[in-house]
Write a protein that binds this ligand. Structure first.
Ligand code: SF4
Ligand code: SF4
Ligand code: SF4
Length: 209
């Protein structure tokens, strides 16, 4: 059984409650986050004869570690610190981590980062402690739009058959086979055809104060 996330891109308003709930629960220092909300926008705005016309679009992607089936972070870790725990969630054993940062380079989702104080890798562990106690991850519970779900991937797939594993700007799923299902919004489907760009690059970088 694999555990993972479902993200409803049609519901997400980009409010950041999930991100803040995680920061608070995990007591992360300023500028650090295990879940990030990416703003993605596209379309054009033109002014002609004093009239402004726009077909601009924007959508939001709430992203944490995807607890991948083939985790690139684990493959490059020289000490075995990055591992799958008893629940199949990918986590860091800080006693074995030497802070080399290979996982931060290998992960196509930029999930792990080196804690500037501990000098060790750290990232989302899927709220292992809560899940072990029969609870949901705090980010999932916090979302006011119920845009996030967590659970057995087979059950999530059955409940949400119209999903994909990737929308822009996420990497193609074939690299790590993420345990992540996404219901794309009309804007994300448009972006797949027309492209677009991340509009909050600085905000989502880790270890920025
Ligand atoms: S998202 Fe990145 S850190 Fe998480 S399991 Fe996949 S490769 Fe590893
Ligand atoms: S599952 Fe837990 S650690 Fe991971 S992003 Fe959500 S709240 Fe943070
Ligand atoms: S709390 Fe929900 S609606 Fe708000 S940014 Fe996170 S996933 Fe989106």
């Amino acid at each position: 059984m694999a555990l993972g996330f479902y993200f409803d891109n049609t519901r997400c308003t980009g409010c950041r409650t999930c991100e803040m709930a995680c920061i608070d629960y995990r007591d992360l220092t300023v500028g650090r986050r295990y879940r990030r909300v990416i703003d993605f926008e596209g379309g054009t705005t033109v002014e002609e004869d004093g009239v402004v016309r726009t077909d601009a679009f924007v959508y939001h992607v709430s992203l944490s570690c995807c607890h991948c089936e083939h985790p690139a972070c684990m493959h490059v870790c020289p000490t075995g610190a990055m591992h799958k725990n008893d629940l199949g969630l990918v986590e860091v054993d800080v006693r074995r981590c030497i802070g080399c940062g290979y996982c931060t380079i290998a992960c196509p989702y930029h999930a792990p980062s080196i804690d500037p104080v501990l000098k060790r890798s750290s990232k989302c562990d899927g709220c292992t402690e809560r899940v072990s106690a029969g609870k949901l991850p705090i980010c999932v519970e916090a979302c006011p739009l119920r845009a996030l779900e967590f659970g057995d991937m087979d059950e999530l797939r059955d409940a949400h058959p119209e999903t994909t594993q990737s929308i822009l700007p996420l990497p193609e799923a074939r690299y790590t086979n993420p345990n992540l299902l996404i219901l794309p919004s009309p804007a994300a489907l448009r972006a797949a055809e027309e492209g677009g760009h991340i509009s909050n690059e600085l905000e989502i970088a880790n270890n920025i104060e």
